[in-house]
Design a protein around this ligand. Structure first.
Ligand code: UGA
Length: 444
């Protein structure tokens, strides 16, 4: 099949590469010409495990191509996937649909035969109706269906998730669209016969995306609060999570405590759904409590780090391990680590930071460009520890487990670890004489 994808970000690019690997002919369209040039040269523009290899393979075989021209990309397309960003409005937090509507307006004139326009971006309920009206207005004779095809990929695991989805949700009442989508995913369902394809109406599909992300955010906030509780009671959050997760109704996943959830999805989507609910005069109180609680948690993590700093240092130094919002990605957008850093810098004007992340240094440099005088970007974990008064672990990169505690103990100025991801071995840290503060663990 001929597939066009508009937007080559964290959703569009892995989806395009995945569909090409399934044997479709994919054209990825992006108005950012620099990005397109890089992709045309076979280089990836973002970090995702396994993406570079698959992209290079499918680029060489000709299954995937990249263009900045809508006309070129849409030529002969059976299906067009819209995967542009829907960032939150800075004040109202509602999803900003300007990129999405611009894409719909721009693609409309190039629909020359029956085409399915599928929205992959997360969009407010009812957006499918608006896209349909927009395309109709710009090309009254076009033969098309607009469907909702939400994506459930996790950043950092996007390639894996693409090939192993729990479900594929399709929002449409059109039989013609349904047949095309079944054909699109047939090679995937052949590989994963257990994957369920769920056809629902378009608004239900748009809602499923927000409801799923909100539910997961609530689950995370729950386990984080339970971790706070365990710290006071002497219970261990991992034992509690395991005991809870064995109940099939609860399940073991998404019960890992941390510094609060972040990334470009949960914070944005929880805010957007509460904005919509307010418009309909519906009280989504659980989601609201989760948003507020998560914000407080991130500030509390910053406070933990500040509180552990020695009083007698005029310029205390915090060594930060991890900047990305989670492991496996270079994405720092709405990263708890970045927010904790921001908070720490605002709260204590004397504090200096030494930071390191295995993948996210470039993105973090950009976000922290105004703080150059106070933030040193280090080459490795060891450099991050030099003369620091505390090591703060903010992202759960596996490599941080390898931190040489014996060596760190000789280069740090004070032996403090605030481990917001429980990555460092608590017992080993205590044995080396560290003051260790983890999440939800006894003896904190
Ligand atoms: C999330 C959803 O998991 C995807 O299904 C969805 O497609 C995506 O949003 C989206 O809407 O595009 P993502 O934001 O990439 O994916 O990352 P997650 O792995 O879900 O993690 C989100 C946050 O929760 C991170 O800050 C992570 O560190 C935190 N988290 C996750 C925990 O603290 N504990 C956990 O057990 C799991």
């Amino acid at each position: 099949m001929q597939v066009a994808i508009i937007g080559t970000g964290y959703v569009g690019l892995p989806t395009g590469v995945g569909l090409a690997e399934l044997g479709h002919n994919v054209a990825c369209i992006d108005q950012d010409k620099t990005k397109i040039e890089k992709l045309q040269a076979g280089e990836v523009t973002l970090y995702e495990d396994g993406l570079a290899e698959l992209l290079s393979k499918n680029h060489k075989s000709g299954h995937i191509r990249f263009t900045s021209s809508m006309q070129d990309g849409l030529a002969n397309a059976d299906i067009v996937l819209i995967a542009v960003g829907t960032p939150p409005h800075p004040v109202t937090h509602e999803a900003d649909l300007k990129y999405l509507y611009a894409a719909a307006t721009e693609l409309a004139p190039y629909i020359s035969r029956y085409t399915v326009i599928a929205t992959k971006s997360t969009v407010p309920i009812g957006t499918g109706d608006n896209i349909e009206a927009l395309i109709r207005k710009n090309n009254p004779r076009a033969n098309f269906d607009v469907i909702s095809l939400p994506e459930f990929l996790r950043e950092g695991f996007a390639v894996h998730d693409f090939f192993h989805p729990d479900r594929i949700v399709v929002g449409t009442n059109s039989t013609q669209a349904r047949e095309l989508i079944e054909k699109l995913y047939a090679p995937l369902l052949e590989r994963n016969p257990q994957t369920k394809m769920l056809f629902v109406n378009r608004r239900s599909s748009e809602t499923i995306k927000y409801a799923s992300n909100s539910f997961l955010a609530i689950k995370l906030h729950f386990i984080n609060e339970m971790a706070d509780f365990c710290e006071k009671t002497g219970a261990n959050i991992y034992e509690v999570a395991e005991g809870m997760g064995l109940d099939k109704r609860i399940g073991p996943k998404f019960l890992n405590p941390g510094p609060g959830f972040g990334g470009s999805c949960f914070p944005k989507d929880t805010l957007a759904i509460t904005f919509m609910a307010n418009q309909y005069d519906v009280n989504l109180s659980l989601i609201q409590a989760t948003i507020d609680g998560n914000r407080n948690r991130i500030n509390n993590m910053a406070k933990r780090i500040l509180d552990i700093l020695p009083n007698d240092e005029s310029e205390p130094i915090i060594g930060v391990l991890g900047l990305a919002f989670k492991n496996g990605t270079d994405d720092c957008r709405f990263s708890p680590a970045m927010r904790i850093i921001e908070h720490v810098l605002n709260q204590n004007p004397h504090v200096k930071l030494q930071v390191f992340d295995p993948k996210a240094m470039e993105n973090a440099k950009e976000l922290l460009s105004s703080q150059k005088a106070r933030v040193t970007f280090c080459e490795n974990m060891e450099q991050t520890c030099e003369n620091a008064d505390v090591i703060a672990v903010l992202t759960e990169w596996k490599e941080f487990k390898q931190l040489d505690l014996a060596k760190a103990a000789t280069t740090l100025r004070h032996l403090n670890i605030v481990d917001c991801r429980n990555i460092i071995n608590q017992k080993a840290a205590l044995d080396f004489g560290f003051n260790y503060l983890g999440i939800g663990l006894p003896n904190n």
